[in-house]
Design a protein around this ligand. Structure first.
Ligand code: FUB
Length: 453
C-alpha cells in the first residue's frame, strides 16, 4: 500500500444490514441529498451527500453541514443497502476538516477502477485565510469501497458539484460548477484535465449548479438545477458533443412544493426504463438543509427532449403485498379529507401515517390508493392493518379501483390505541395490482401500514 495516500476503511460489510423499503424518500434513516446514481454490473449505486444537524464545533447552525459520504445500493430500486462511510473529511489529506462542506459527489468506472469525485474546502496554506474549494478523487476496486483518497485535489480547477461522465469510447469528461457551469475532458488517468474547461453558454439568467451529464441516443444532456423564480428547478441543455456548444431546452422538474430551496439530481437507465434521482426535504419540512433523496420514473419525448417529471410519494418499483405497504406514500386520494402527517413529529424517521376523516353522513367513502403491489401467486389468507381510531369505523381494502374486488373489510375498534388488526381475507388476487383503502364508515381514523400474508 502507498503510505503517502490515505486509506479510507469502508464499512461496507458491517453496515450492509441496513435495509429500507421502497417509496420516497428512498433512504429512511439519514438525511441524504445530491444523489448521483449509476448502474454498475446490473446493480444501482447512489452516491449522495450526507446532511447532518450541525455539531457543536460548527458555528453555522442554519447552513449545510456535511462531514462524510456513504454509498447505497439496490438491485430492485426498492430495497436499499447502506454500505457505510466511504470518504470522511477527517481522513482526506488536503481537506479542511473543520469545513463540514463535503458537498455533492459523483462516481464512475474506468479501466477496472471506480473513481469517486467530491468537492471540499481546502486546508489554508501558511499565511492564507481561505483556500477555496478543491475537487478531490478517491479510487477503489469496487463501487462500494474501500476508497483511497488522492493526496491533492485535481489541479487547475476549483468549485463544487463534480459530475464524471465516461463516453462510449471511454473518454472521460468532468462537469462541475465554478464561475458558471463547466465541462472539460479528462486524461485517461481520470486525475488530470485533458482540455481547457468550457463554460456552458446560453442558459437564461438564474443561478445554476449541480450538473449531471449523460448520453442518450447519441445526444449529450447537460442537466442542472436552475433558479427560474424562487427556488431550484431542474433544467437542461442538449448537444451533439460533450464539450458543446449546448442548446438550452428548458425545465424537466418544477421547483419543490415542499419549500426546499435546492434540488440536485441524476439519471440512470435500467432495463429500458429511465429514472430520475433528486432530493426534497421530506423528513425536515421546516429546515431545508436536511434533505432526502427520492426517485421517480422519467420519460423522453419523440424528439429526445425530457418530459416533465412530477415528484411522487409512491416512487418507483413494486411493493410486496406481505408489506409493510406504507399507504401514506400514496399514489392518489379522494380529496383534501385524506392527509398525511408524521407518526411522531419529534422523530421524523419513524415515518408517516394516512389520516382519513368525514365531515357529513351523506358522502362517498374517503379513499387512498397505492400503485403496484405484488400479491404473488399464493392467495393471501390474512390482511393486517396498523390503525388507530377514537370512534371506530369500517375500512375496505380493494384491488385495482375504489369499486374493484374487495380483499378485506376491517371493523376498526374505537379505542384510541394503535393496533395491528388482523382479519381473514374475503377475496384474493394474484400478481401486481393497485391497492385501494376506503373508509366506508366512521368519522376519523389513521392508518400506518397494511400487509397481506
Ligand atoms: O449539498 C450542498 C449543495 O446544495 C450542493 O453541492 C448543491 O448542488 C446543492 O444541492
Amino acid at each position: 500500500m502507498n503510505l503517502k495516500k490515505f486509506f479510507v476503511v469502508s464499512l461496507a460489510v458491517l453496515a450492509s444490514s441496513a435495509l429500507s423499503h421502497a417509496q420516497n424518500p428512498i433512504i429512511k434513516d439519514a438525511f441524504t441529498a445530491d444523489p448521483s446514481a449509476h448502474v454498475f454490473e446490473g446493480r444501482v449505486y447512489v452516491y449522495p451527500s450526507h446532511d447532518i444537524p450541525a455539531p457543536a464545533d460548527y458555528a453555522r447552525k442554519d447552513w449545510f453541514c456535511m462531514a462524510d459520504y456513504h454509498v447505497y445500493s439496490s438491485d430492485n430500486l426498492v430495497d436499499w443497502v447502506d454500505h457505510g462511510v466511504i470518504v470522511d473529511q477527517d481522513h482526506v489529506p488536503w481537506v479542511n476538516a473543520a469545513g463540514y462542506s463535503m458537498w455533492a459527489p459523483d462516481c464512475n468506472y474506468k479501466n477496472g477502477k471506480y473513481y469517486f469525485y467530491f468537492p471540499a474546502p481546502q486546508k489554508p496554506q501558511p499565511g492564507q485565510r481561505f483556500a477555496g474549494n478543491g475537487i478531490g478523487v478517491a479510487i477503489s476496486d469496487t463501487p462500494y469501497g474501500p476508497f483511497e483518497c488522492e493526496e491533492t485535489p485535481i489541479q487547475g480547477i476549483g468549485g463544487i458539484d463534480p459530475c464524471i461522465f465516461v463516453d462510449d469510447d471511454g473518454t472521460p469528461y468532468l462537469a462541475w460548477s465554478g464561475m458558471g457551469l463547466q465541462v472539460a475532458r479528462l486524461k485517461d488517468n481520470m486525475l488530470e484535465l485533458d482540455s481547457e474547461p468550457v463554460r456552458i453558454e446560453g442558459i437564461p439568467r438564474g443561478q445554476t449548479e449541480g450538473p449531471f451529464l449523460f448520453k442518450r441516443n447519441g445526444k449529450y444532456y447537460y442537466t442542472f438545477p436552475w433558479v427560474e423564480a424562487e427556488r431550484e428547478t431542474l433544467a437542461y441543455c442538449m448537444s451533439d458533443n460533450p464539450l458543446g456548444p449546448y442548446e438550452f431546452k428548458g425545465k424537466f422538474m418544477e421547483q419543490s412544493e415542499t419549500i426546499c430551496w435546492t434540488n440536485h439530481h441524476s439519471f440512470i437507465e435500467l432495463d429500458g426504463q429511465w429514472y430520475l434521482f433528486y432530493h426534497h426535504n421530506d423528513y425536515s419540512p421546516y429546515f431545508d438543509k436536511n434533505r432526502s433523496v427520492c426517485v421517480d420514473y422519467v420519460n423522453f419525448n419523440e424528439d429526445g427532449t425530457i418530459a416533465m417529471v412530477t415528484p411522487t410519494l409512491r416512487g418507483v418499483g413494486v411493493t410486496k403485498a406481505s408489506g409493510p405497504i406504507q399507504i401514506d406514500r400514496y399514489t392518489d386520494k379522494s380529496d383534501k379529507y385524506v392527509a398525511v402527517e408524521f407518526l411522531n413529529p419529534d422523530t421524523p424517521f419513524d415515518g408517516w401515517k394516512a389520516i382519513l376523516w368525514n365531515t357529513t353522513q351523506e358522502r362517498e367513502p374517503r379513499w387512498i390508493s397505492y400503485a403496484r403491489v405484488d400479491f404473488g401467486k399464493t392467495p393471501a389468507k390474512v390482511a393486517t392493518m396498523r390503525v388507530i381510531s377514537k370512534a371506530g369505523g369500517t375500512v375496505e381494502l380493494r384491488a385495482d379501483a375504489k369499486d374493484g374486488p374487495v380483499l378485506a373489510t376491517f371493523n376498526v375498534p374505537g379505542n384510541g390505541v394503535w393496533t395491528e388488526q388482523s382479519i381473514t381475507t374475503e377475496g384474493t388476487v394474484e400478481g401486481i395490482h393497485d391497492l385501494y383503502l376506503l373508509m366506508t364508515n366512521g368519522s376519523h381514523l389513521e392508518v400506518d401500514w397494511v400487509s397481506f400474508k
